[in-house]
Design a binder for this molecule. Structure first.
Ligand code: CP
Length: 304
C-alpha cells in the first residue's frame, strides 16, 4: 500500500492486517514501551487545512511513538495566505525530504491530488477530505467494534445522523461491508441522506424507533453545520427531539449495544450527555485506539 486515501476498495486482507498490526501496538503501549524505532529518520508532515483535535494530535503521538520527526505546518501563518497553491506548498515540503504527508482538507479529493503529484517514495494519508472520506477514522472505529464485539459477522450496526455530509459515514460503510457486517443501517431524515444511498448497500430508516431495534452498535454523527447552506440547517431542538440519542431511545437497541461518536460531539443536538458519558459509551476508547491504528497505518505504508 503506497497511500491510504479511502476505505473503498481496500481489500479485506489489508483491513485485517491494519487491525492486527494496531492490536500489537496497543500491546506495546500497554507494556509501557514509550517509543519504538520503526520510523526513525522519517519526516512526517501534518498538513491540516481544516481544524482538528483528535486526528491531528493522535497522528502526531503515533508518529512520535514510532520515533519519526513530526512537522505540523501551521496553515494560518503559512505562505498559503500569500497565494501559494496547494501543490507548490507540497513541492516545497517535498524538497525538505518529506517521507509522508497527512492531509486534511475541506475539498473532497485534495489528498488524492497530492498523492498523484508527489514523488513515488512519498506516502500520503487522507485525514479527511470534504464530505468524501476519512479512512483512519473508519479504521479506528472498526478496531473499536472488534475490541468490544469480537466478530463482525453477526452484527447490526446503525449509523445515525448527517450521512449526507459525513466523510466518516462513507468510510465506515465501506469498511463495515468489507468486514462482512450483515446489516448496516443508516438512520436520518431524508434531507440528510445522499441521493441513492441504498447503492451503498445499507438499509435506510427515517425514524429511531424502528431503526434502533436490535442494534449492536450505534455510530452517532455530528450535524455538519459548516457544510450546509442556511436554509437547509435543521433546528437543533427539532433535530434532538427526533434523532438525538437519549437514554430512552438507546433502550430500543440491544441491552449490550455500544455507542460510538467520532467527535467532536454536539451535546444536546445529536447526543444527550447522559448517553455520551454513560456506561455504553466507548467514545473515549475510540480516541485512544486511534493512536495504535495510526501507528499501524504509518508503519505499513513505510514497509515496516
Ligand atoms: N473525528 C475527527 O476527525 O475529529 P477531529 O476533527 O478532532 O480530528
Amino acid at each position: 500500500l503506497q497511500h491510504l486515501l479511502t476505505t473503498e476498495g481496500l481489500p479485506l486482507s489489508m483491513l485485517l492486517h491494519i487491525l492486527d498490526t494496531a492490536e500489537s501496538f496497543v500491546g506495546v503501549t500497554e507494556r509501557d514501551v514509550k517509543k519504538i524505532p520503526l520510523l526513525r529518520g522519517k519526516s512526517i508532515f501534518n498538513l491540516f487545512f481544516e481544524s482538528s483535535t483528535r486526528t491531528r494530535t493522535t497522528f502526531e503521538i503515533a508518529a512520535k511513538r514510532l520515533s519519526a520527526d513530526v512537522i505540523n505546518l501551521n496553515i494560518a501563518v503559512s505562505a498559503q495566505s500569500k497565494g501559494e497553491t496547494l501543490l507548490d506548498t507540497v513541492d516545497n515540503l517535498s524538497a525538505m525530504n518529506a517521507d509522508m504527508f497527512v492531509v486534511r482538507h475541506a475539498q473532497s479529493g485534495a489528498a488524492h491530488l497530492i498523492a498523484k503529484h508527489v514523488r513515488s517514495d512519498i506516502h500520503v494519508i487522507n485525514a479527511g477530505d470534504g464530505s468524501h472520506a476519512h479512512p483512519t477514522q473508519a479504521l479506528l472505529d472498526m478496531f473499536t467494534i472488534r475490541r468490544y464485539k469480537h466478530d463482525f459477522r453477526n452484527l447490526r450496526v446503525a449509523i445515525i445522523g448527517d450521512i449526507l455530509h459525513s466523510r466518516v459515514a462513507r468510510s465506515q460503510i465501506h469498511a463495515l461491508t468489507t468486514l462482512g457486517v450483515p446489516e448496516v443501517r443508516v438512520i436520518a431524515p431524508k434531507t440528510l441522506l445522499p441521493k441513492m444511498v441504498e447503492r451503498l448497500g445499507v438499509h435506510v430508516y427515517h425514524d429511531m424507533a424502528t431503526g434502533l431495534k436490535d442494534v449492536d452498535v450505534l455510530m452517532m454523527l455530528r450535524l455538519q453545520n459548516e457544510r450546509m447552506k442556511g436554509a437547509n440547517l435543521p433546528s437543533a431542538e427539532e433535530y434532538f427531539k427526533y434523532y438525538g440519542l437519549t437514554v430512552d431511545k438507546l433502550s430500543l437497541a440491544r441491552r449490550d449495544a455500544i455507542v460510538m461518536h467520532p467527535g467532536p460531539m454536539n451535546r444536546g443536538v445529536e447526543i444527550d450527555s447522559a448517553v455520551a458519558d454513560g456506561k455504553q459509551s466507548v467514545i473515549l476508547p475510540q480516541v485512544t485506539f486511534g493512536i495504535a491504528v495510526r501507528m499501524a497505518v504509518m508503519s505499513i505504508l513505510t514497509g515496516n
